[in-house]
Design a protein around this ligand. Structure first.
Ligand code: BGC
Length: 899
């Protein structure tokens, strides 16, 4: 037996050594690294133990799976003794390959459980009695813009305690609504920002778990908790900020202590005054209370905290918001005396860090915007009423550093007024802040415009992950619009480790569901907009599907199946003869030259999503073994399809609204593309329906999009898979209006909400993600990389060599490990390199124009002039398709050359 490398990248519930695990049967995953070919895992063994020592000696006292004959390495559920609350477990894995080789055990990894029982929470929610308020401007959507919505000044809470000696382990569980900052003995605990993740606080609040073992000291200790408004505000139906803290200490002798928030804690206001998500933040350095979060502080002016009610708590398992980058401005201008504008050359989400020194009492004001006006001043036009103003009042003395905590801005430009003296570039930094999902995808190709679109998509995507998927980060909105979220979902899975983010979001959606099954366009429903437009409501089913498809997460679709079904039942009950006439509101939103759909009937889009969601759910029912549900959903789908064609199809043309439904004239891109995408077009009309679509793209719109956000998501796939890849590529790489290239020519560094270059107000954000759906198409067609079976168990490699492309490369760190493809077109022919990890098979489609070619694999000819000449290790079949050679491969590195 040869030695094979141990499993690597051990994860529990998708995370590396997580805390706060709530699942009673958490799932384990690992990767297998060897680069040798065609290898499968045939068996594995998992050991889980309650202490490090038994793990070291190879004993799984909590669970020993024994040798399990299985190729699975993704989401293997724990089957051991019941897990305790707030406990740490150790685990390791080994595997056997197909040649009978056994690996050593992996390095030890760990996971920690959350507070699993409700009774585990002893702490009380607390706040400050008679907390002061300030008025702010909040759009409630349903009741409109309120100019006087009260929010609260920053609330400071503190408590001193003395733990015993020899602390072995300490964990702090904390939540604070809207946002908190936790401090212990003068230090901020952890690096989370704007925590906890936003939820509907009527339903649930999330808490985070920190390791406090090394932060405790002998003698007196002090905890400080600072609370800000976030979205826990009266305009959305909530009361003043509140927090809850529970510190669990375990001593070397096994004794335990609990330090919990109660009305014995003390409360005060302090230097952090006004703070609001849209408002900004005001901090008065002169009011600083040095040592407020340390023992020995004179808190005689503070008052008893007030115990208040609070929502139920759940452990936050999604990645927290963090600062991930710091940008220095590229230029600094002075458009007016005393007004300084920093250009960070990148539209982004976050805030600015100010370095300043000057006389006490000087107030420096910072404002933020995406655009400048023609005088070089900030243009606040795209901010939709958000005040976005941070002020810092100096305490005086040496250099002072200010950055806010409970607000964020979407900006490229920052303006300083009131600065003592003349600021330099170094006086302000932009801090990039977002839900810290790790990057898993990489894409690059020979077309620099495509690379720029990809880059803008990445900035736009991260800018719109703020514990919920937002539509935009700058204006008085920043809501979880589900349409935007579902359209970007696939792109986001290619680029980032999204699973835990969406796992939480799907729970938000479930919480938002009404008894009749309806959903809100915005989730969490701070703007309760019921019932959702079907293109928006589709997020529930679409995102759940992608969670399954990209990560093989069956549990998600199982947990949400009944409620997703209830949503389909709601759509069915709302339909009239299977046509949805009443629910659509936005539909193919923001096509060129318009906010509302221009040529696509709202009923067509709504009904199409009804069909799409019904089919997806039928598939998920099949995967879960729910045969009856699967069948009845598929029957429902057939009925929707027939009604759809009866209502919207005339000849080979689907209805448009230019001149009323079903009038003659050219076809609409979205109207034609949607039914083609789901193969709804009757067989005898398909060719003509496609011809009309191509005509609508090429002739009528001179190879430009004429689609809103919905049509844009599907148009490119329809063209590519139906023999019009060149057209798709031409449209995607246009530099003239409308198109992504046009945005870039106009200086965009993120993606816009509208196809137009607009400087005015209204619907005009310069950082929306919904048109980022094109990026998934880059991965799938330009690089040619897509999952074929759930969790990347098999992969399709099918590059389309379109237009001027000479090379492309992409990789994705999947749940099974990194998958990589790169190709290059040279004088000799095409060279295609692929890497697949163990547990992953590939179907490689190599484009060929005729039969008189030879295919080499790592130098050996395996196919020539229509004949299979041989197979190299790992290659199992070579077949000639209509326009490509199809090669089936197992794990490992392969290099194909087509000559
Ligand atoms: C948001 C969109 C959203 C839309 C719904 C807008 O204000 O920014 O992206 O989906 O409303 O109509």
């Amino acid at each position: 037996m040869a030695a094979i490398p141990a499993p690597t990248n051990l994860r529990c519930e998708y995370a590396d050594r997580p805390r706060g695990i709530v699942a009673p049967r958490p799932r384990f995953s690992w990767n297998l690294q060897p680069s040798y070919r065609g290898q499968e895992q045939v068996a594995y063994q998992i050991l889980v133990s309650t202490d490090a020592d038994s793990m070291d000696s190879g004993v799984g006292d909590a669970w020993d799976s024994g040798r399990v004959e299985s190729p699975d390495m993704v989401n293997i559920p724990y089957e051991g003794i019941p897990l305790g609350s707030d406990c740490r477990y150790y685990f390791r894995v080994r595997w056997w390959d197909g040649n009978g080789n056994e690996s050593p055990f992996s390095d030890v990894s760990t996971f920690e459980t959350a507070l699993l029982e409700e009774e585990d929470w002893v702490a009380a929610w607390i706040s400050m009695a008679d907390a002061g308020t300030f008025p702010s401007r909040i759009n409630t959507m349903v009741n409109g813009l309120r100019e006087d919505s009260p929010q609260y000044f920053g609330i400071y809470l503190r408590h001193e305690f003395s733990p015993g000696n020899s602390v072995k382990r300490a964990r702090i569980f904390v939540s604070g609504l809207g946002f908190y900052e936790l401090r212990l003995n003068g230090q901020k605990v952890g690096n989370r920002l704007m925590d906890p993740a936003q939820t509907d606080y009527r339903e649930i609040a999330l808490y985070s778990t920190y390791d406090a073992t090394d932060l405790l000291k002998e003698g007196t200790n002090a905890i400080g908790l600072l609370l800000g408004n976030g979205r826990h505000i009266e305009a959305y139906g909530f009361e003043k900020p509140r927090g809850i803290v529970q510190l669990a200490i375990e001593y070397a002798d096994g004794q335990k202590d609990l330090i919990v928030s109660s009305d014995q804690w003390l409360a005060s206001h302090g230097p952090l005054m006004e703070n609001g998500l849209y408002y900004g933040e005001c901090y008065d350095g002169r009011k600083e209370m040095t040592g407020w979060d340390e023992p020995g502080f004179d808190a005689s002016a503070w008052h008893r905290a007030e115990s208040v009610s609070g929502p139920g708590l759940a452990s936050q398992t999604m990645p927290p918001i963090r600062a991930t980058d710091t940008l220095r401005a590229g230029s600094l201008t002075r458009p007016k005396p005393g007004v300084y504008v920093f250009d960070f050359r990148q539209n982004l989400t976050g805030w600015a860090r100010l370095f300043v020194s000057g006389p006490a009492g000087t107030t420096v004001t910072l404002r933020f915007a995406e655009l400048l006006d023609d005088k070089g001043m900030l243009s606040l036009a795209t901010l939709g009423g958000a005040e976005v103003t941070d002020t810092y009042t100096l305490k005086g003395g040496s250099e002072e550093v200010f950055e806010p905590r409970f607000t964020y801005h979407g900006f490229r430009y920052a303006e300083i007024t009131g600065f003592p003296g003349v600021p330099a570039i170094e006086n302000l930094e932009a801090i990039f802040i977002h839900s810290d999902v790790s990057k898993v995808g990489d894409f690059h190709c020979s077309n620099s415009l495509v690379n720029k679109i990809h880059r803008n998509t990445l900035w736009g995507q991260l800018s719109n992950l703020m514990s919920v998927p937002t539509d935009c980060p700058q204006r008085g909105e920043r809501m979880g619009w589900m349409g935007d979220a579902q359209l970007a979902a696939e792109e986001s899975f290619y680029n980032f480790d999204m699973i835990r983010f969406y796992e939480k979001y799907l729970n938000d959606i479930r919480f938002a569901q009404k008894d009749d099954g309806s959903l809100s366009d915005v989730v969490p429903p701070y703007w309760p907009l019921y019932p959702a437009d079907p293109a928006w409501g589709s997020a529930y089913i679409t995102i759940a599907w992608f969670c399954y498809f990209f990560c093989a997460d069956k549990r998600i679709i199982e947990d949400h199946f009944d409620t997703m079904k209830r949503y389909i039942d709601f759509l069915a009950a709302s339909a009239d003869g299977y046509i949805i006439k009443t629910l659509g509101k936005y539909s193919d939103w923001c096509p060129p030259g318009s906010v509302v759909p221009k040529s696509t009937p709202v009923e067509l889009t709504s009904t199409w999503y009804f069909y799409n969601d019904t089919l997806l759910l039928s598939r998920m029912a099949g995967i879960l073994g729910k045969r009856k549900d699967s069948q009845s959903l598929s029957d429902l789908g057939d009925k929707i399809k027939s009604a759809f064609n009866e209502t919207f199809l005339e000849g080979s043309r689907y209805a448009t609204i230019q001149n009323g439904p079903l009038t003659r004239g050219s076809a609409g891109q979205t109207s034609q593309a949607l039914p083609l995408y789901l193969d709804m077009v009757p067989e005898d009309k398909k060719k003509n329906a496609l011809r009309r679509l191509v005509d609508a793209v090429v002739r009528v719109n001179d190879s430009h999009v004429d689609t809103g956000i919905v049509g844009t998501r599907y148009l490119f796939d329809v063209l590519t898979t139906n023999g019009h890849a060149e057209t798709a590529y031409r449209v995607a790489t246009q530099r003239t209006y409308p198109g992504w290239g046009y945005m870039i020519e106009e200086g965009a560094t993120t993606l816009w909400e509208r196809w137009e270059s607009l400087a005015g107000g209204g619907m005009n954000s310069h950082n929306h993600i919904m048109l980022g759906s094109i990026d998934a198409w880059f991965y799938r067609t330009i690089a040619g990389l897509s999952p074929l079976e759930a969790g990347w168990k098999s992969v399709c490699i099918r590059p389309y060599l379109m237009g001027d492309l000479t090379h492309a490369t992409a990789s994705v760190k999947t749940v099974r490990g990194k998958v990589h493809v790169s190709w290059e077109k040279g004088d000799e022919g095409l060279r295609l390199a692929v890497f697949l990890p163990v547990g992953c098979r590939g179907e490689v489609h190599i484009p060929v124009s005729g039969p008189d070619v030879a295919l080499l694999e790592t130098g050996a000819v395996i196919w020539e002039n229509g004949k299979v000449l041989g197979e190299t290790q790992g290659v199992s079949t070579v077949d000639m398709g209509t326009d490509s050679l199809c090669v089936t491969i197992g794990s490992g590195h392969y290099t194909f050359e087509l000559r």
